[in-house]
Design a protein around this ligand. Structure first.
Ligand SMILES: Nc1ncnc2c1ncn2[C@@H]1O[C@H](COP(=O)(O)OP(=O)(O)OP(=O)(O)O)[C@@H](O)[C@H]1O
Length: 271
């Protein structure tokens, strides 16, 4: 029997308070992204020490951790770069180890490094990505147009990416990540190197995707980016230290702000 979840964008229902436990954590039932006791070591060094989390449709979850917390390792596992030592990762119900093609088809990802070809046009870059996902012809053109409109770059489709500002290049990465209409969007410190206005714009674009039912996992070490999240997961030394709505985290730590709460939880350490 298939345990896959229908996550057709636009039809999925946004997670509600009913789907959560008292800590604010989303229930794994119907989660589009679900990790269960995931562990990964590099030799003797444990990078992830039993991470479990779930992200629902229409939910924006910030994965907040200082340098060395394990965020990149987690994203490498989520994008199929390598396997966890133990534990389970499911995307739309598909196990990433047993059924990687289906699991990865449900994921869109924006990395901190540029991955588009700077010498090709914006349109061509998105076209390659669409074809990789088996989308061609008119359907591809429509999807590309729609996503470039969404990020405000419809009039730059023919320009080489190199001609765009850093902020607009990130938006191209975002538009590309959305062309195959993924149920889950992974943002891996995607605002690195952007000025404050471009950072805010990118964050707002991604927050708006909640209305389309996309499940977002946004990794960052910048507390201000986590303030607008539906839920914050604090990762430190490969372990989840706390999880909940930003206000709940502030209350539970007795700190005056989320930044202070984060410092209190992580001991102000940088891994
Ligand atoms: N290839 C590797 N070999 C050995 N140790 C590694 C390797 N990659 C990461 N680590 C270690 O695993 C731990 C988690 O690193 P990771 O890069 O996942 O954290 P991070 O939260 O992404 O940090 P940053 O924000 O600095 O990139 C760190 O202690 C790091 O030194």
């Amino acid at each position: 029997m298939s345990e896959a979840i229908d996550a057709t964008p636009g039809t999925a229902q946004r997670g509600t308070g009913d789907d959560r436990d008292v800590s604010g954590a989303a229930s794994p039932v119907n989660a589009l992204l679900h990790l269960d006791d995931v562990r990964k070591s590099y030799g003797m060094r444990e990078a992830l020490c039993g991470v479990s989390l779930a992200v629902q449709s229409g939910e924006f979850v910030a994965l907040l951790g200082p340098n060395g917390a394990g965020k990149s390792t987690l994203f490498q596992l989520l994008t199929g770069l390598f396997n966890a030592d133990t534990g389970r990762i499911r995307v739309c119900g598909h196990d990433i180890r047993r059924d990687p093609a289906r699991a990865l088809a449900g994921i869109g990802v924006v990395f901190q490094q540029t991955t588009v070809d700077l010498d090709l046009s914006v349109f061509t870059n998105l076209g390659f990505h669409a074809r990789l996902h088996g989308i061609g012809g008119r359907r591809a053109r429509e999807r590309i147009d729609e996503n470039l409109r969404r990020v405000g770059l419809a009039d730059r489709a023919k320009d080489p990416v190199r001609a765009l500002s850093g902020g607009n290049r990130r938006k191209v990465e975002l538009a590309r990540a959305l062309v195959h209409e993924p149920a889950v969007l992974l943002m891996d410190e995607a605002t690195v190197g952007l000025d404050p206005a471009s950072r805010r714009q990118l964050l707002d674009e991604v927050l708006a995707l909640r209305d389309r039912g996309v499940a977002v996992l946004w990794a960052t070490h910048l507390v201000d980016e986590a303030e607008a999240a539906d839920r914050v997961i604090v990762l430190h030394h490969g372990r989840i230290l706390a999880e909940g709505h930003p206000d709940a985290l502030v209350r539970s730590t007795g700190a005056p702000t989320l930044a202070e709460a984060f410092l209190k939880l992580t001991g102000g350490s940088q891994g």
